[in-house]
Design a binder for this molecule. Structure first.
Ligand SMILES: C[S@@+](CC[C@H](N)C(=O)[O-])C[C@H]1O[C@@H](n2cnc3c(N)ncnc32)[C@H](O)[C@@H]1O
Length: 224
């Protein structure tokens, strides 16, 4: 008879083991974000949290966080994240003690991600808000944001048209990539130069490329 530990893993095992492991990692590290991931595994088994928190996604967001600190500083009243998915980047920013951030609002067009993002960020209380909305339909003047983040530029049809909705002088952090083969990527760019041209920022404080195994991620920090 096969020993239980060698039997094929079912998806139920995955969730049970993932939950146990994430809770242990949260206890060990004291991380509010990792505690949030454990809660998501338990409460939203349908969420693809392993994809959102895979090491490449995390590396790209660590890069964003570090360059933001260097290029734009540490103090923010309200940060607005567009295409915020499960709210991983807001959690990474809210838990980083190098920053002082009063509040982060995460907007996403997919109604299925709102509750997951709220669960993930529950430990940050009312400093985090998740809203279901199309980023092309938001009144940005009313948001009073001192930083607008969009790391999902490869997912939106017209980057220039969206940036045109932001009040001029708004500080932004943008990421895109050249991962053309992923079907949900409807607007990749081939190079950092192409990304800069499409964004047309009035001021650029940082422009860089981060090569990953299958694609390169591009980032701009500046002002519209
Ligand atoms: C796969 S995720 C994010 C991937 C990205 N690399 C990251 O982690 O930042 C892209 C998100 O953009 C959202 N999205 C796409 N079009 C949008 C729109 N018009 N308004 C708001 N959110 C949008 C999708 O629903 C999805 O949750």
């Amino acid at each position: 008879m096969t020993h239980a530990s060698h039997s094929p893993r079912t998806s139920d095992d995955w969730h049970e083991n993932g939950y146990d492991l994430a809770r242990g990692l949260a206890a060990y590290s004291g991380s509010t974000l990792v505690a949030g991931i454990a809660k998501v595994i338990a409460k939203h088994p349908e969420a693809n949290i392993a994809n959102a928190f895979n090491h490449k996604q995390v590396l790209c967001k660590l890069w964003a966080r570090d360059e933001l600190l260097t290029s734009a500083g540490s103090d923010y009243g309200r940060i607005v994240v567009l295409g915020g998915w499960y709210g991983i980047l807001p959690a990474m920013l809210l838990e980083d003690r190098r920053f002082t951030i009063a509040a982060i609002d995460s907007f996403d067009i997919d109604p299925a991600v709102e509750q997951v993002a709220l669960t993930l960020n529950a430990g940050f209380g009312d400093r985090f808000r998740a809203v279901t909305a199309d980023m092309y339909q938001i009144d940005y003047r009313g948001l009073d944001a001192d930083l607008v983040i969009n790391t999902s530029c490869e997912h939106i049809a017209d980057l220039g048209a969206w940036l045109g909705l932001l009040p001029s002088g708004t500080r932004v952090l943008l990421q895109s990539n050249d991962y053309f083969s992923e079907p949900t990527h409807i607007n990749c760019v081939s190079s950092l130069e192409e990304f800069q041209a499409k964004a047309g920022l009035s001021r650029v404080d940082f422009a860089g490329a981060l090569p990953m195994k299958k694609y390169t991620r591009f980032m701009l920090i500046g002002t519209v």
